[in-house]
Design a protein around this ligand. Structure first.
Ligand code: ZN
Length: 343
């Protein structure tokens, strides 16, 4: 048995005998590290095949709310097979144990630590360094993401973004009384939390799905507060009375944004490496708020973790081969899985 395998087509990360993580494979246990689409792949097949679907309680709720579970038949099976695991809780399946560990990525995100026949194998999944991120200490094998595994991806300004974002919001309030923020599910809630932590208490107005996800975030301890469904009476009153507020909408709507001088738009982008905020047009700014570790953070994780062997996930977006090469240059024992096909 190989301790770790990554399948290129399904993007399944196979660890030990029992576990398939973030992609479908014919294994006893399917683990979902977080509710981003490239980690929910093949979930319906897993619901059919696997005996257990493991995730944190928040991730399970997000899977449901974001519509990843499918129709009534899948839902029934899923309800029967789902296992809610809190961080640091340990479970055993077929003589192998699994623990989910906290991380900073999106609501509900987890790292995975599996013990199989005395080998400790960790998987970071997507992460960045932050308050929640723990280091998996001295695993025999560490599987790590490499989204920004290229040395050009260093975000020296990353700690400035929250303050600059607040400056933009205050500028928007002053000029128009209204700010609209566009982003993806999960990231929007992270920004809401940052805005509240920075002391901005104006009401948030949210579209339906964003509202549902924000309720889940609050349920799991994120302090947001003072937010309203866009169709509610309260929201309409806030808008009619020209009270200062922030409207949150999904990224796909950003192309229909108003650029008529009635509102300041902020588009949350993970892919900006030159400036923390950037003006797009007279009424629109990009804010570079990434969910992923930059190159320096990836290295910092490895140095704190001290794994014996590093497996770089080459099945997802990023720079796995360059990252593995850099790691080897620094003296680490690193490989990319899946192995590159010939030709
Ligand atoms: Zn992700």
């Amino acid at each position: 048995m190989r301790l770790v395998e990554i399948v290129s087509d399904s993007k399944a990360i196979l660890i030990g005998r029992s576990f398939t993580i973030d992609g479908f494979a014919q294994r006893l246990v399917r683990v979902v590290t977080h509710a981003h689409s490239d980690h929910v792949l093949g979930l319906k097949d897993s619901i059919m095949y696997s005996n257990y679907i493991v995730a944190t309680p928040a991730t399970h709720e997000l899977l449901y709310t974001l519509g990843y579970i499918g129709g009534a038949n899948y839902r029934r099976l899923y309800e029967f097979k789902k296992i809610e695991m809190n961080y640091y809780e340990k479970r055993e399946f077929d003589d192998e144990t699994i623990i989910l560990l906290p991380t900073t990525h999106i609501l509900g995100s987890a790292q995975v630590l599996i013990d199989t026949d005395g080998y400790r194998i960790g998987y970071t999944s997507d992460f960045k360094l932050g308050d929640n991120t723990v280091y998996i200490k001295q695993p025999d094998i560490l599987v790590i993401e490499a989204t920004y595994g290229h040395p050009v991806y260093r975000r020296r300004f990353k700690h400035d973004v929250p303050d600059l974002l607040i400056d933009l919001i205050n500028e928007g309030f002053k000029r128009y009384g209204r700010v609209v923020i566009y982003g993806y599910h999960g990231k929007l809630q992270e920004v809401m939390r940052i805005i509240r932590e920075k002391g901005v208490e104006e009401p948030f107005i949210l579209t339906k799905k964003i509202y549902a996800i924000t309720q889940i975030a609050e349920k799991y301890g994120w302090r947001i507060g003072n937010y309203y469904l866009s169709t509610s009476r309260e929201a309409k009153e806030i808008i009619c009375s020209k009270q200062k507020h922030i409207f949150f909408d999904h990224m796909v709507k950003a192309k229909y944004r108003r650029i008529d001088g009635s509102v300041l738009n902020i588009v949350l982008s993970g892919h900006e490496y030159n400036e923390p905020v950037k003006k797009i047009d007279e009424y629109t700014w990009l804010a570079a708020l990434s969910d992923h570790a930059d190159f320096d953070e990836l290295i910092e994780y490895i140095e704190n973790s001290q794994p014996r062997i590093i497996v770089v996930d080459g099945s997802r977006e990023g720079y796995p081969h360059i990252f593995a090469q850099e790691l080897r240059r620094l003296g680490w024992n690193a490989v990319v899985l899946p192995f590159k096909r010939n030709g």
